[in-house]
Design a protein. Structure first.
Length: 328
C-alpha cells in the first residue's frame, strides 16, 4: 500500500492527470451535457463544421433506416473508395474502409474482398446500434476516404494516421500523432494496437512513441524512426483545433484531425472524453498545463479580454512548446 501511495504522489508531482481528475475537474466542469450530441454524433459535428467553414471529409450520404440501405449505389455513385462509419460510434469500432472495387465486389484497405451483402449487413449492424455509445439506434455515415500525406508512408501501416490535440477552453495543451500498425488492423486507435507519438506544440516535430504502453522509437512494422518527423502545416492543425472551441462550445475536448494529400488538414471528429495515454506519448502530464491555461483565463477575465484562436495558439506554443520531456 505504501508503495502505491508513493507512486501516486510521484505521478501527481509530475502533473499526471488521472481519470477521476479528468472527469471531475475538466469534463464535468467545462462540458455542458446539453452540448454532448454535437460531438457524440459525427453527422452533427460534420454539419456544424461545414457551416463554420471548417474543412472535413466530404459526406456522400446518410443511411438512417433499413429501407434506405437500398440507396447505397446512389450514395457512392462513381466513387471507387469510401468510408462507412456509425454516427455515434467510438474507438474506431464499426468503421469499414473501402479502398477499391473488384469484379462487382469491394476491396478493403487490407486487401480483403467483401460482397455487397456483407456491406449491407454492416450497415444494418450500425443502424441497430451495435457500435453506438449508448446502444440505441444509430445512423450510418458514408464519406470521402482520406488519402494520407506521403510523409507518413515510412512510419505507418496501411490505414490513415491522425493527429489528436487536447484543447482546454480553446487553448491547445497537448498533441499526439496516432500511427496505425499491423496489430491495429490499420486503424489509428491506441486500444487496438496503434502507436501514440508525442508532438511538440511549437514546432510540430514528433517525439518518442508509446505502443501497448511501452516506449518505442521505431515503428514495429516499418522499423523506421517515429521521432524527429516534421509534421507539415503544423500551425494550420493548431488553429483548426483551437477553433473547435467555438465550433462545439465544449471546454475540454480532443480534436482528431488528418492530413489529406490533396485537401490538407481535415477534422475527423471531436471527443468530449479524450483518453489520457497522450501523457505517456509526450512524457508529460496534463495537469500543470491545464492549470496554466486556467490561470491565463483568470488573468484575461480580470482585464475583460477574450483571445482569438490565433492568440490562444501563440500562447500555447510559447508556454508548452520546446519543452524537454520529463521522464514518467
Amino acid at each position: 500500500m505504501f508503495g502505491l501511495i508513493k507512486t501516486w504522489k510521484a505521478l501527481e508531482a509530475k502533473g499526471i492527470m488521472g481519470i477521476n481528475r479528468r472527469n471531475a475537474d475538466y469534463v464535468l466542469k467545462y462540458n455542458k451535457r446539453s452540448l454532448y450530441p454535437v460531438v457524440d454524433d459525427k453527422i452533427l459535428t460534420k454539419e456544424r463544421a461545414i457551416k463554420a467553414g471548417i474543412h472535413v471529409p466530404e459526406m456522400y450520404g446518410i443511411i438512417s433506416t433499413e429501407k434506405e440501405i437500398e440507396n447505397l449505389d446512389q450514395i457512392i455513385g462513381e466513387h471507387n473508395d469510401f468510408v462507412i462509419k456509425p454516427a455515434q460510434g467510438a474507438g474506431g469500432d464499426g468503421i469499414l474502409v473501402i479502398a477499391d472495387r473488384f469484379e462487382g465486389r469491394f476491396k478493403t484497405v487490407s486487401g480483403k474482398i467483401v460482397s455487397r451483402d456483407e456491406i449491407e449487413q454492416q450497415l444494418s449492424s450500425i443502424l441497430s446500434g451495435l457500435y453506438s455509445l449508448g446502444g440505441g439506434r444509430d445512423r450510418a455515415l458514408i464519406e470521402y476516404r482520406v488519402t494520407p500525406d506521403p510523409i507518413f508512408k515510412s512510419i505507418s501501416y496501411e490505414g490513415v494516421p491522425d493527429i489528436r490535440i487536447i484543447v482546454l477552453m480553446g487553448y491547445p495543451v497537448m498533441a499526439m500523432l496516432r500511427l496505425p500498425t499491423r496489430q491495429s488492423n490499420g486503424k489509428a486507435n491506441l486500444h487496438q494496437g496503434a502507436i501514440g507519438v508525442g508532438v511538440d506544440l511549437a514546432t510540430g516535430l514528433t517525439l518518442r512513441g508509446t505502443w501497448l504502453n511501452n516506449r518505442i522509437t521505431k515503428h514495429p512494422d516499418t522499423a523506421n524512426a517515429v521521432d524527429g518527423v516534421q509534421l507539415p502545416n503544423w500551425d494550420g492543425f493548431m488553429k483548426l483545433a483551437a477553433g473547435c472551441y467555438e465550433l462545439c462550445g465544449l471546454g475540454y475536448i480532443g480534436v482528431d484531425m488528418v492530413l489529406d494529400v490533396d485537401k490538407g488538414p481535415l477534422i475527423l471528429e471531436l471527443n468530449a472524453r479524450p483518453g489520457l495515454n497522450i501523457q505517456i506519448a509526450n512524457d508529460c502530464g496534463l495537469t500543470h498545463r491545464a492549470h496554466a491555461v486556467e490561470a491565463r483565463l483568470e488573468e484575461l477575465k480580470a482585464k475583460g479580454i477574450q483571445e482569438t484562436p490565433e492568440q490562444r495558439v501563440r500562447f500555447s506554443q510559447e508556454l508548452f512548446g520546446h519543452v524537454k520531456p520529463v521522464e514518467l
